[in-house]
Design a protein around this ligand. Structure first.
Ligand code: NAD
Length: 428
């Protein structure tokens, strides 16, 4: 079978996100003894769209931008997954990330499938006007592929709440209506039907699962030292909530570099500094260091919350943390994963650890569909309950089967998608 061959042929030493996703799927398919025809169905996306947009920007220049939309699987519901905007994103990245979304939505128990979009351009190089033009142009280009029953985008690396507001407006404007019928996009501003607490949901979820892990392996959070790679939506909130839980955040990095203070960084002051200067570098009361030095800082808990393939076989041996909480998607390559497991480091896998965002997106989706309003406290309570419940489910399964947390999370998630395939029936 062609699809099966394509999984087998992927080189697991490569460090791209699709390779990691296919490697994890292949391992899980083996443990679950899945049939070849089922593996073929879930290894390949259901739909891949590549578009080119050439909008004229406000300075008179024409942009030439590639964009991708992938619906990996919709057996359990419409595809769900964010829009990534970076200058290097590829179709393969979006395929890998959409596959991760299929497992994440399945594991966290929301009625969605997996999808993802990518816009290949550097958001830092765009003026706010140019950025809005590109987001609107992208939305018009993929309009036929978005919908509450098809694919519902959200923010991811390089995009934010404001961008989702433009997506929502662009669709309503094209329809000639004030609102859309159902939820076309999540992570919108609250004033436009977004949900309170969505912005913080992924980072908070990372900390809820980290606290659960600390409890299992006997780490007192008030004595824990934490290092965070990436100080964007996920990393910044995770750092703030770690500090709020009593931990000491000693090292932080972003694309501009790293900073360290073994006595603990003032995260509120750091957030202000980043707001003013657009980076962590130059923060007072800290020593400047490299991004790599943050990964192997002398800490108890490491939160990679930047991008994929940051922990590889070349730096895995240097990591000192006892827990790694994967805020980012696929931050650890398969070979590094094996090395870390051998060293007994407790890894909270991405499809569990950073699933808080998609869980609260589901609350936004239901709130908009039912024209209801949830309070911040209700959202937080539901998020906390779901993250802890799913952490426990994965943890208990890993003990029962003598497998790692990643293996347990994958087997539960893949198993549910396969059950969905058989329940729907194999015929189209
Ligand atoms: P973001 O764009 O808000 O922030 C990314 C941060 O990482 C920035 O501080 C950037 O400077 C830093 N960064 C980028 N490359 C880096 C590098 N090589 N070394 C150090 N720092 C680097 O993005 P985000 O939304 O916080 O997403 C971060 C990760 O979390 C991504 O892998 C994303 O897919 C994943 N994720 C995000 C969400 C969400 O709700 N936003 C949900 C689930 C998973």
């Amino acid at each position: 079978m062609i699809e099966q061959q394509s999984i087998e042929n992927k080189n697991t030493n490569n460090s791209d996100i699709l390779t990691t996703s296919l490697y994890n799927l292949r391992q899980s398919a083996g443990r679950l003894e899945l049939d070849d025809h089922i593996i073929a169905r879930i290894a390949e996306p259901k739909e891949k769209i590549e578009i080119t947009i050439d909008p004229i920007l406000s300075n008179g220049e024409t942009a030439h931008v590639k964009a991708f939309v992938v619906r990996h699987n919709d057996v359990l519901g419409p595809a769900k997954g964010g829009i990534r905007m970076t200058n290097s994103v590829t179709m393969d990245d979006i395929v890998g990330l959409s596959m991760e979304m299929t497992w994440k939505t399945s594991l966290i128990g929301v009625p969605f499938g997996g999808g993802k979009s990518g816009i290949r351009c550097d958001p830092a190089s765009l003026s706010p006007e140019a950025r809005e033009i590109i987001i609107r142009s992208f939305t018009r280009g993929i309009r036929r592929h978005i919908g509450p029953e098809i694919y519902i985008p959200a923010p991811d690396m390089g995009t934010n709440e404001e961008d989702m507001g433009h997506v929502r407006d662009c669709i309503a404007y094209s329809n000639g209506t004030s609102i859309t019928k159902g939820c076309f996009v999540t992570g919108k501003p609250v004033i436009l039907g977004g949900i309170v607490g969505r912005r913080e949901a992924t980072g908070k979820g990372v900390i809820f699962t980290t606290l659960a892990a600390c409890e299992k392996i006997g780490i007192d959070i008030t004595k824990a030292r934490i290092a965070v790679q990436g100080f964007g939506n996920v990393g910044m909130i995770a750092a703030a909530w770690a500090a709020k839980s009593g931990a000491s955040v000693i090292a932080v990095s972003d694309i501009t570099g790293g900073i360290i203070n073994e006595q603990g960084l003032d995260i509120d002051a750091l957030r202000e500094h980043v707001k003013e200067t657009s980076g962590v570098r130059g923060f007072q009361d800290a020593t400047e260091t490299t991004n790599n030095a943050v990964l192997d800082a002398p800490c108890d808990i490491l939160i990679p919350a930047a991008t994929q393939s940051q922990i590889t076989k070349t730096n895995a041996d240097k990591i000192k943390a006892k827990i790694i909480a994967e805020g980012a998607n696929s931050p650890i390559t398969p070979d590094a994963d094996e090395l870390l497991n051998r060293r007994g480091i407790f890894i909270i896998p991405d499809i569990l650890c950073n699933a808080g965002g998609v869980f609260v997106s589901f609350l936004e989706y239901t709130q908009e569909t039912q024209r209801e309003q949830m309070t911040y406290e209700q959202v937080e309570q539901r998020l906390r309950d779901r993250m802890v419940e799913k952490f426990d489910e994965v943890y208990n399964y890993s003990l029962e089967k003598h497998i790692t947390m990643r293996q347990a999370a994958m087997d539960i998630a893949v198993g549910k998608v396969v059950e969905g395939i058989y329940s729907r029936g194999l015929l189209p």
